[in-house]
Design a protein around this ligand. Structure first.
Ligand code: 5AD
Ligand code: SF4
Length: 440
């Protein structure tokens, strides 16, 4: 049997695309190889959001080239955002690549793999179709990603995504609902809705079938069997009252929100073209907490954006303290070819960026510990994922907040169990499964 090896970089959107890529490879009769060395078809699903992502991938790609030099029968396939960002230049620069495709044209991989099929060197199209009907190899039986839109209409000055994923296209409501029902029938109870700007969903749909993101949440909440709904990533500018109300009112929608801040300085936010100020972001957090007092808030922050002064950075730390986030992904600004910010004057020196990142990470850890400590003594509903990787006597799962919970005794994978929290770190909660309390 011919075998493939797939390496995935980047965001959850890419991880989900990789489930489709695996599905296509497997339905073409390929089995999964344990390593790149043993594979006949070496596949990469790439990311290009920061230079670091490119660097790690290129190292692996060069390794694949060396393997192909020894065994010319091997095939090298490159999909994802890095591919799309290079388009046809890719084959001039990397002639050993056999096939390449962008994030909007995964289905073309099936044509490439078809027996006796032509071997076109590449196919880039900003958008062929949603991959919703392609075969899928899911990592967890009870939890699934569901893509609701693709592309992004924002113009954040640091970001390469609009250039590679194109303008926003929403998937029609009926398609989203029927995939949700199919997944529920298949045993899925937890859905994570995916889109580059997930909460601007619907605005591009034809008037007759137009629904808002808030309405979509309500319709998905009503799908039998779906007990948890999450979504990523929303933009603060589209976090309107109707979305907050739907989150608060729909029992299945989790009390958790990833709300990218990027910077706490209004001046930098403006240069980033984020379209909100520090005050508007803070007011939004107040409205969210009024509606959902225990909502877990996480965020993305970039340090060292061009022109960021010590005062601007202090403003970011200040917003961080004011909100008291549950967690954050922190990034060093990375200039991306073709973006507005890459051409800005006042690029911040690397040592300054690194020093700011360190201070921010310390702050993130401190707040994470503090936010988790508040939960000691509480009972959390935990969706069981299985035995812990490090200690087989304990089990792991996720609370509705998205936090990882380590607990014992074990319980069936996919079950939702009540766990009383006894101890915490900045990364995890630990506790004991409570005997279900009988309701009189
Ligand atoms: N440099 C650093 N971080 C970036 N992000 C996006 N573009 C860049 C860049 N050029 C971060 C943002 C975004 C997250 C997915 O990646 O914080 O929310
Ligand atoms: Fe990377 Fe952005 Fe593409 Fe996701 S959408 S894979 S983060 S470049």
């Amino acid at each position: 049997m011919r075998r493939y090896h797939l390496t995935t970089y980047g965001c959850q959107m890419n991880a989900h695309d990789s489930e489709r890529i695996k599905g296509l490879l497997e339905s073409s009769g390929l089995g999964e190889a344990a390593s790149q060395d043993e594979a006949d078809v070496i596949v990469f699903n790439t990311c290009t959001i920061r230079e670091k992502a490119d660097g790690r991938f290129l190292q692996n790609l060069m390794h694949a080239r060396a393997q192909k030099a020894r065994d010319p029968e091997k095939r090298i396939v490159v999909g994802g955002c890095w591919s799309e960002s290079l388009k046809d230049e890719l084959f001039a620069e990397y002639p050993f690549v056999d096939f390449a495709f962008g994030p909007g044209s995964i289905a073309r991989l099936g044509d490439f793999l078809a027996p006796g099929g032509e071997l076109p060197r590449g196919h880039f199209s900003t958008f062929d179709a949603f991959a919703g009907d392609l075969p899928m190899h899911r990592a967890r039986p009870f939890s699934a990603w569901l893509q609701i839109s693709m592309g992004c209409n924002s113009v954040c000055s640091y970001c390469i995504v609009p250039a590679v994923r194109g303008r926003e296209r929403s998937r029609p409501l009926e398609d989203v609902l029927s995939e949700a029902r199919r997944l529920a029938d298949d045993g899925v109870s937890e859905l994570t809705l995916l889109g580059q700007n997930v909460n601007s969903y619907g605005r591009d749909l034809p008037l007759t079938g137009r629904v808002s993101f808030a309405e979509l949440l309500r319709r998905l909440d009503a799908v039998p069997g779906i007990d948890r709904i999450r979504f990523t990533s929303p933009h603060p500018k589209d976090m309107r009252a109707d979305v907050i109300a739907a989150m608060a009112e729909c029992p299945a929608v989790c009390e958790a929100l990833h709300l990218p801040l990027q910077s706490g300085s209004t001046r930098i936010l403006k240069a980033m073209r984020r379209t909100y100020s520090r005050e508007r972001y803070l007011a939004l957090v107040d409205r969210l907490r009024d509606a959902m007092p225990d909502v877990a808030l996480t965020t993305d922050i970039i340090v060292g954006f061009p022109g960021e002064t010590e005062d601007d950075f202090a403003a970011t730390l200040d917003v961080y303290d004011t909100v008291g986030f549950d967690h954050a992904f922190t990034f060093i600004y990375s200039p991306r070819r073709g973006t507005e910010a890459a051409g800005m004057a006042d690029q911040v020196p690397e040592p300054v960026k690194h020093e700011r990142l360190e201070r921010l990470v310390e702050r993130v850890q401190a707040h994470a510990r503090h936010r988790n400590a508040r939960l000691v003594g509480s009972v959390q509903e935990v969706l069981v994922e299985g035995p812990s990787r490090t200690d087989p006597d304990t089990h792991r799962g996720r609370a509705r907040s998205g936090k990882t919970v380590i607990f014992s005794p074990g319980a069936a994978v996919g079950a939702a169990v009540p766990v009383r929290v006894e101890a915490v770190t900045s990364q995890t909660l630990r506790g004991t499964v409570e005997a279900p309390v009988a309701v009189a």
